[in-house]
Design a protein around this ligand. Sequence first.
Ligand SMILES: Nc1ncnc2c1ncn2[C@@H]1O[C@H](COP(=O)(O)OP(=O)(O)OP(=O)(O)O)[C@@H](O)[C@H]1O
Length: 266
Amino acid sequence: MSDFVTVQGVTFGYGRRVILDDVTLHFGRGQVVAIMGGSGMGKTTLLKLIGGIETPDKGAIYIDGELLDTSDKEKLYAQRRRMGMLFQFGALFTDMSVLDNVAFPLREQTHLSEELIERMALMKLNAVGLRGAADLMPSEISGGMSRRVALARATALDPELIMYDEPFAGLDPISMGVTARLIRDLSNALNATSIIVTHDVPETFAIADYVYMISSGRIAAEGTPEELSASQDPYVRQFIDGAPDGPVAFHYPAEPIDREFGVRAP
Ligand SMILES: Nc1ncnc2c1ncn2[C@@H]1O[C@H](COP(=O)(O)OP(=O)(O)OP(=O)(O)O)[C@@H](O)[C@H]1O
């Protein structure tokens, strides 16, 4: 299977604080790949690096075999046009109808006729089961429906790569399952590579081809959902079972509490 995105030996930090330390990840064409890990472990940062919003300090990123060079703006924009991004909560424009939200990227980035744009937007809405809601305003639909509209908008330009940051955040269990299924179906229909950053194990394991677990700047574990489910690695078990005690620290690194407050820790 050929990679659509390759992250090769990437090291990245904000200032002197290293967030990712020599990580390598492969994202095959048409695959749904999840990036999981504790809070603040650099998952969103990884999406920013792949989107060319941040630049690696070391290592390289390849999109469809071509180096992602953030200093070459023209090439970068061409590479970005092949990507769709759905960032946290995928907020809709509240003053536009559902249809206009989906049509927005088509109007911004193509010179197609208005009639064709509307037809394409309706097709995208149909794919997420919301053609009938085209004329509603975002305030008139549920949170789960809004997320589906955001999915339709993220796929409006038929991207080859779709990045989802916390696509299940804030959804009820049924909407989570529906959204997960849609991510898989849209990926299959477009033969697009999907990268999902998430904490939600069951929804993700149900649709992902491959999962990377990130901890302390490194790949702590990787494998298919089946392999990880069968793993006895304590980190993997803690993450899958949601246990509070284990290798994943609950506290963000801080000064010892006694030093910070001048009190003795219990
Ligand atoms: N622009 C920035 N400048 C400085 N530090 C940043 C910046 N963006 C993120 N960070 C820090 O880098 C670390 C990784 O952030 P990132 O958002 O990638 O984590 P994450 O794994 O996506 O976390 P979460 O699951 O909580 O969203 C965090 O500790 C965060 O505080």
